[in-house]
Write a protein that binds this ligand. Structure first.
Ligand code: SF4
Length: 388
């Protein structure tokens, strides 16, 4: 796959909690998330299952599974149909790696977790203490509704607003940084405050924000209207800062501010020139940041292993996370179906490639890497002239 081009700088008129986080970290990341060619970057299996988890919780909050005698079985069936839909829409490279949705890593475990979470939080069984299904409670339950501030600058889709309890809930299925699983992280706190502000602007007072993780972990914070207002002011300030940068004529590269905190799992790593240019010592081991390598293919061999065609590359003039400038590294046994959805378009000697999320082989004394089925992608960098 060819490295996609970064989008031209454009102003953002409306900021959401996820865009706010992106602007805080790096304005180029926000530009990419709002205007980038996101369909070009393959989803990870976790993203597909995360979308499915959200859909299951949405359906459960709207009481769809009530009609079935066995709630768990109904939720399971919703999970299967939503996963099928998300898998069907996924990037061809992901579908090339995994022949069916059931082949996604931990599919059945994730399904059972979703069932357990939906039953526990949204459909308490008879005899439990959380009887939410009174007519009054249901009339104030709102799921996956988009709210916008009165000045039209802040927007957000609240996963579950339970007005009768003055509570909002946000479902999380993504990676959690070490030590943050059992508490609301700073990032999640900012999101909950912005959602609370939006609810407030729409006449619902929120006093508590809760994160429900797909593994069943739950954590909450108390919220005051003052804190929610302050968060909204900060979001407006960041939006203005971003738009000022666009007005000053800054492009994607000038807005990019690489750091291991900002670039951690940033979707635009393959396309971000600044990321590849900066020195990245001590980045690979930072909270699972991983190995990201750019180099020129100096040698390439092909073999068949267990029925799979695999390629081994030697890369010269390398750079990357904890890669010594100019180093030579080997990328071993990459199945061609993990490189490109089109078997006619594969790397060749002399190509410059970027491997995102490689896996280091610690058993070797020289720099040998493999690829990770779920995370790795391989990109061909066009020479500068070919971009014109
Ligand atoms: S890779 Fe890093 S520098 Fe580049 S856009 Fe993403 S966060 Fe910004």
């Amino acid at each position: 796959m060819q490295v996609p081009e970064a989008p031209p700088a454009q102003k953002i008129s409306l900021i959401s909690p996820s865009l706010y986080e992106a602007v805080r970290a790096c304005k180029a990341k926000a530009l990419w998330i709002r205007f980038g060619p996101r369909d070009i970057i393959p989803e990870t299996p976790n993203v597909v299952l995360g979308i499915t988890f959200h859909k299951v919780m949405e359906a459960a909050a709207l009481n769809q599974p009530r009609s079935g005698n066995d709630i768990a079985e109904t939720v399971r069936s919703i999970f299967d149909s939503q996963a099928q839909a998300a898998f069907g829409r996924a990037h061809p490279l992901l579908r090339g790696k995994y022949p069916t949705k059931e082949h996604l890593p931990h599919y059945f475990l994730q399904r059972e977790r979703a069932v357990a979470v939906a039953v526990r939080f949204l459909h308490p069984m008879p005899g439990t203490d959380a009887g939410v299904h009174t007519p009054e409670a249901e009339s104030t339950n709102q799921s996956e509704r988009t709210f916008t501030s009165s000045d039209g600058l802040i927007t957000g889709r609240i996963d579950w607003l339970k007005a009768i309890d003055h509570g909002i809930f946000d479902y999380k299925s993504g990676m959690v940084r070490e030590g943050e699983e059992y508490e609301v992280s700073d990032r999640e706190r900012r999101q909950l405050l912005l959602y609370s502000y939006l609810a407030q602007e729409n006449s619902v007072e929120v006093r508590k924000g809760t994160i429900i993780r797909s593994n069943g972990t739950v954590c909450s914070i108390d919220i005051t209207p003052h804190e929610a207002n302050a968060a909204s002011q900060e979001a407006r300030r960041m939006l203005q800062e971003y738009n000022n940068a666009v007005e000053e004529g800054k492009g994607f590269n000038e807005m990019a501010e690489p750091s291991k905190e900002a670039c951690w799992f940033c979707p635009c790593i393959p396309a971000c020139q600044k990321f590849w240019q900066v020195q990245k010592d001590d980045w690979a081991e930072f909270e699972g940041f991983g190995w990201h390598i750019e180099g020129t293919i100096s040698q390439l061999s092909t073999a068949v292993l267990q029925g799979l065609v695999v390629m081994t590359f030697t890369l010269k003039n390398c750079a990357g996370t904890d890669i010594q400038e100019g180093a030579v590294v080997t990328i071993e046994q990459v199945p061609t179906s993990w490189i490109s959805p089109d078997p006619r378009i594969l790397p060749k000697e002399g190509d410059i490639v970027r491997i995102v999320h490689a896996r280091k082989s610690y058993s070797e004394s020289v720099d040998v890497f493999r690829v990770d089925k779920a995370l790795s992608t391989i990109w061909q960098v066009l020479p500068a002239d070919d971009h014109d």
